[in-house]
Design a protein around this ligand. Structure first.
Ligand code: ADP
Ligand code: ADP
Length: 227
């Protein structure tokens, strides 16, 4: 599904160049569940942003479902991103003045899906994520765990093959965090490829495959037997 070859990304921090990704090679198969761990500044978010087509590498190759991403123009990259990839962030990034339902259906609205086609899909997700009673609530009326569930529903409403989560439980207490992780894992069991960036070793260990980064390099790539 994903193949990265010698991927590099440098940022300029003041006068100092920072090698955020240093010749990263990585292959991910459809349906895998990976965590990405490592110290702050090791390149985890940069890797996720590259996988998610939110940022462009300086050099190297990236194939996503056979498409050579490096050859795409910005518009085509955005189309691939919207079609294939869902994102979940630590800070939820919901739209404050839209209800839970409206936040969840927004990606369908933006792609011109008819209301009659949107409604059943949104209803199905609201039920599945235990949010029926909160459908008409605004984000500020929801708990952190509920907000993140809304963000997850929005991320998967267009049925992407790849779900990228950057510290998805970073703002949650351990109980709501556990709920959110279990929800992400259920989506993975249904087939979505899941990549979670986390500081939390206990959470990282739950993944069937675990990557460790340091100074922009992939230091370790560890899998459970049988996967
Ligand atoms: P992590 O997610 O592991 O904390 P990041 O991928 O966020 O690491 O950052 C890797 C390195 O790249 C860090 O040194 C960070 O300061 C730098 N970096 C990341 N994004 C930017 C940016 N937009 N501008 C400048 N430097 C950046
Ligand atoms: P969750 O059920 O998502 O795990 P929590 O355990 O964080 O939620 O919160 C339990 C309940 O407390 C929620 O159902 C919610 O109604 C309420 N609550 C928690 N935090 C907030 C908040 N910041 N604003 C409004 N209600 C909240």
């Amino acid at each position: 599904m994903i193949r990265l070859q010698q991927l590099c990304k440098r940022y300029q921090l003041g006068d100092e160049p920072v090698q955020a990704l240093d010749h990263v090679d990585l292959e991910i198969e459809a349906g895998e569940y990976l965590s990405v761990m490592g110290p702050s500044g090791s390149g985890k978010s940069t890797l996720l942003n590259m996988l998610g087509l939110l940022d462009t590498p300086d050099s190297g190759h990236y194939w996503l479902d056979g498409t050579d991403i490096m050859t795409l123009k910005e518009e085509a990259r955005a189309a691939e991103r919207n079609r294939r990839i869902g994102f979940v962030f630590q800070a939820y990034h919901l739209i404050d003045r839209l209800t839970a339902r409206e936040n969840i259906e927004l990606p369908l609205v933006l792609t011109g899906t008819e209301p009659s086609a949107r409604r059943p899909r949104v209803d199905e997700l609201l039920t599945r994520l235990g949010l029926e009673r909160h459908a008409n609530h605004l984000p500020h009326q929801l708990s952190g765990g509920q907000r993140q569930r809304v963000a997850i529903a929005r991320a998967v409403i267009r049925k992407p093959g790849l779900l990228l989560a950057d510290e998805p439980t970073g703002n949650l207490d351990s109980h709501s965090g556990q709920d959110v992780i279990e929800l992400l894992e259920e989506l993975n069991e249904d087939g979505i490829t899941l990549v979670i960036v986390t500081h939390d070793a206990a959470m990282g260990k739950r993944a069937r495959r675990r990557l460790w980064m340091q100074d922009g390099r992939l230091l370790k790539d560890e899998r459970d037997a049988g996967h």
